[in-house]
Design a protein around this ligand. Sequence first.
Ligand code: SF4
Length: 190
Amino acid sequence: MNKTVELCQTLDELKQICLSCQNCELGKTRQRVVFGEGPSDAEIFFLGEAPGAREDETGRPFVGRAGDLLTELFAKAGIDRQRVFITGSCKCRPPKNRNPRKPELNACRPFLERQLAIIKPKVVICSGLVAAHNILDPKARMADVRGRWFDQQHYRILPTYHPAAVLRGTVKAELLVEDFQQVAASLPNV
Ligand code: SF4
């Protein structure tokens, strides 16, 4: 499969392969694959964890309460959600919303890598520790990396909290807005 994925030149081609993927256990229990959505030339790539119940029902990323909050927090920072490509580290929902497991993240990584190669974003926002572990550092601690920039070869990564942490009351919304403002300030066209 990876060879075919690597040959995809557009998000549509990649999505067609992703929608029928059964490369990990999550393919057996999902309702819908959540490929991600947003412009194919987005400057901001927002990387979450994995779909939840609403996302699994609709096939769209961040559409539940956390998604509504994300839209609101982006707007407060001056970022139009429509200009952001939003996806997850795993494209299928883990049962009972458990965290995706390493073999599942590894199986799904070619889709993520190809999305990044096609879109060529300037900034990748890692939302939550699963995303930060997935593409930044498997040992990262949120307290150490949140709100800091990490330069990669083709883009910069900024880890921040997941909006669900705000809904749980463990993180203040203002911290995410601060981080999103940093992203907006780094991109004059956003
Ligand atoms: S999570 Fe990714 S690798 Fe696993 S079945 Fe879904 S699309 Fe395929």
